[in-house]
Design a protein around this ligand. Structure first.
Ligand code: WTA
Length: 649
């Protein structure tokens, strides 16, 4: 390790920050020593219809995994994000929308948001959507995506947002698993000047004979592009909302009623429907937003994540709106039409808090000063990073060039499953070390364990587990509680296993080293190697495939696919393209392999298990440290793979 640079808390930040070091220490201590008292108090930050009398009721005991928070309280999430601000800040801006084209933008006040959400909630009701029904949302980054989510929460429907970049097949499998009754989409999306055929994708997904629950498709008109229309099934957003009443009383929900499902990739099988519930999720999202970004009323906040990911749920919509903040929702891509677009948006809307991903930062860094050309970014106070480990070089560049050495960077570690941020600096309290997510948030007890599950002490490397529950934790895998237990609580019994590896240094700071399972993180997008492999083997010419991650300068990880063709098939440039296009079509562009390695055979143990450790080493060229290959069924396969690699384009 080269020497670690420390950036102490800045005086100008500390002066106004919500918390200093002593504040963090005492709150953290209380949160661990007496979680009931701590969260009982923090839970009051949001509005309850019927206040809770119980706070924490959780068990990590093998066979009895059960997580409940505030279980006898009732509330409504949309009322917390909208209605409760109306008395004091109805005319404040809730959402600033910036279009794909710099010429297009609009501002929506809390009062206007209230009306839009109520109208759309009434549209859903009129279509027969009831409390507990699932609604799929497959939308571009428009205000209506947020309206659709909030409207679901208003009537107690469970939303399942599917990233607009996913293919019809990926959408279909999520609709099938969640048993969605309604799909909300747009005619087309607009990103980087290109149109995305969302409605056509929905039409195709719904031709899958296993999709048998969808009754209605509601279509928001974004581009006016040509689309097919099924009059018995499809309805226009604008027509339906015009006819709807502008008020809709919020449904009284139990704290543990399902709030949303969000699919995410694991090391095996199909994506899992991560289920979050209402009370604990909201308390945790609201509180982390406030402290991690040191939010002060009036701040303009911009999170660049898509609504299709957890960051787009917790820190684009729910966390900010629960705090009455102004959140910026950007339709496009950060380097279109020019490399300095992100910085231009910061100046245009006077953004104070910016939350983005290392992959974007590295892409800007590769362009140097072009990324900030003609901009001042003087409004920025706090900057955040999320989605993957940020390398110290990218951290320093972000700090120096985007933030002019004025803004602390909060490197926030968390997961779809955790609902909110678990390990992070706090701007007024934590000295920063580039590349480290630093210390746990309130109520979070991280630990490092060895392969046998022994908890390790002091400065060390290990598997990252969390010893006890926090309010934002997922409650189950939708429809499959066994899988929930199996995936997260069986590897190291008695703890929640994150799937990540980490190092803890002498100061107790955590450095996330990345996934220790077969999950890839490509440009901050989570993907299971198994998913990409099953897409590959679905190709009629492919016999077998194995996928591993390799370091990639911009994306963090790239996708390296070993592909064995059926007997008689011959590798060619055409087939190479065909296979890449196939995966794009099967899953979506984010899953496109970077490298295709035509392999005559794969390294397997005598019991037929593919030895990925060897494939990873060969992909990265570390062929002199392959380790023990004696258990291979055919040791000769390794030499052939190494020889083939020299021909890989
Ligand atoms: C990785 C995104 C290092 C990690 C919120 C985790 C990170 C996975 C960081 C979850 C970070 C996320 N530093 N690694 N600051 N943030 N990760 O579910 O491997 O899309 O397990 O949630 O991203 O990805 P997910």
């Amino acid at each position: 390790m080269s020497e670690v640079k420390v950036h102490p808390v800045k005086a100008h930040i500390a002066q106004h920050a919500l918390l200093d070091e002593a504040g963090y220490q005492s709150m953290y201590r209380q949160s661990i020593e007496d979680p009931d008292a701590f969260w009982g108090e923090q839970g009051k930050q949001i509005d309850w219809i019927r206040p809770y009398t119980k706070v924490k009721n959780t068990s990590y005991d093998p066979g009895h995994i059960s997580i409940k928070w505030f279980e006898d309280g009732t509330l409504n999430l949309s009322a917390n994000c909208i209605d409760r601000h109306l008395a004091t800040r109805a005319d404040d801006i809730a959402i600033i929308w910036e279009g794909d084209s710099p010429e297009e933008d609009k501002k929506v006040t809390y009062r206007e948001l209230h009306e839009q959400v109520c109208r759309f909630a009434n549209v859903l009701k009129a279509q027969g959507v009831k409390k507990g029904d699932v609604v799929s949302i497959y939308m571009p980054m428009v205000v209506e995506a947020a309206v659709a989510m909030l409207a679901c929460t208003r009537i107690g429907a469970v939303h399942s947002v599917v990233f607009g970049g996913f293919s019809p097949d990926a959408l279909a499998s999520r609709i099938i698993d969640s048993r969605a009754k309604v799909v909300i989409t747009a005619d087309e999306g607009l990103r980087g000047g290109r149109r995305v055929a969302l409605k056509a994708n929905v039409d195709e997904a719904l031709t899958n004979p296993k999709v048998d629950t969808v009754e209605k498709v509601i279509v928001y008109r974004r581009t006016g592009g040509n689309i097919a229309w099924h009059p018995h099934r499809d309805l226009w957003w604008h027509e339906a909302t015009q006819a709807a009443r502008p008020d809709c009383p919020p449904e009284e929900m139990n704290a543990e009623d399902p709030l949303f499902i969000l699919y995410t990739s694991g090391s095996t099988g199909t994506p899992k429907g991560v289920l979050h519930t209402t009370g604990g999720y909201l308390v945790y999202a609201a509180m982390t937003f406030k402290y991690v970004f040191d939010y002060h009323p009036g701040d303009i906040y911009w999170c660049t994540a898509d609504v299709g990911w957890i960051t787009g749920h917790s820190y684009l919509i729910y966390g900010p709106l629960a705090n009455g903040a102004t959140t910026l929702l950007f339709e496009g891509v950060p380097n279109y039409p020019k490399t300095n677009r992100m910085a231009q948006i910061v100046d245009k809307h006077q953004v104070n808090i910016l939350y983005t991903a290392p992959t974007a930062i590295r892409a800007f860094m590769a362009k140097g000063d072009e990324a900030v050309e003609g901009t001042s970014r003087a409004s920025l106070r706090i900057m955040g990073s999320v989605g993957e480990p940020i390398n110290p070089e990218a951290w320093e560049w972000y700090y120096r060039v985007i933030g002019d050495e004025r803004c602390p960077i909060v490197d926030t570690w968390w997961q779809t499953e955790t609902g909110g941020i678990l390990i992070t600096p706090l701007p007024g309290a934590t000295d920063l070390k580039p590349g480290s997510a630093t210390r746990p948030f309130f109520g979070v007890q991280p630990a490092l364990v060895d392969g046998e599950g022994q908890v390790l002490q002091g400065a060390t490397d290990g598997n990252l587990v969390i010893l006890d529950s926090w309010p934002g934790q997922m409650r189950t895998v939708f429809g499959d509680h066994d899988r929930f237990e199996q995936t997260y609580f069986s590897t190291f019994p008695g703890t929640y296993f994150t799937g990540d590896g980490a190092r803890r240094d002498e100061d107790g700071y955590y450095w996330i080293t990345g996934r220790v399972d077969d999950v890839l993180n490509v440009s901050g997008h989570r993907m299971g190697t198994a998913e990409i492999e099953s897409a590959l083997v679905a190709h009629p010419k492919i016999a077998e495939a194995a996928v591993v991650g390799v370091p990639h300068e911009i994306k963090g990880q790239g996708i390296y696919a070993y592909v064995t063709l059926n007997a008689g098939e011959v590798p060619s440039a055409e087939l190479h393209k065909e296979v890449k296009d196939w995966v794009r079509k099967e899953i979506g562009p984010i899953a496109t392999p970077d490298v295709i390695h035509w392999a005559e055979g794969l390294p397997k143990t005598r019991s037929g298990k593919i030895m990925r450790r060897i494939l990873r080493k060969i992909a990265t060229g570390e062929t002199d440290s392959l380790g023990d290959t004696s258990t291979l069924a055919d040791p000769g396969v390794v030499d052939r793979l190494i020889e083939e690699r020299s021909r890989v384009a």
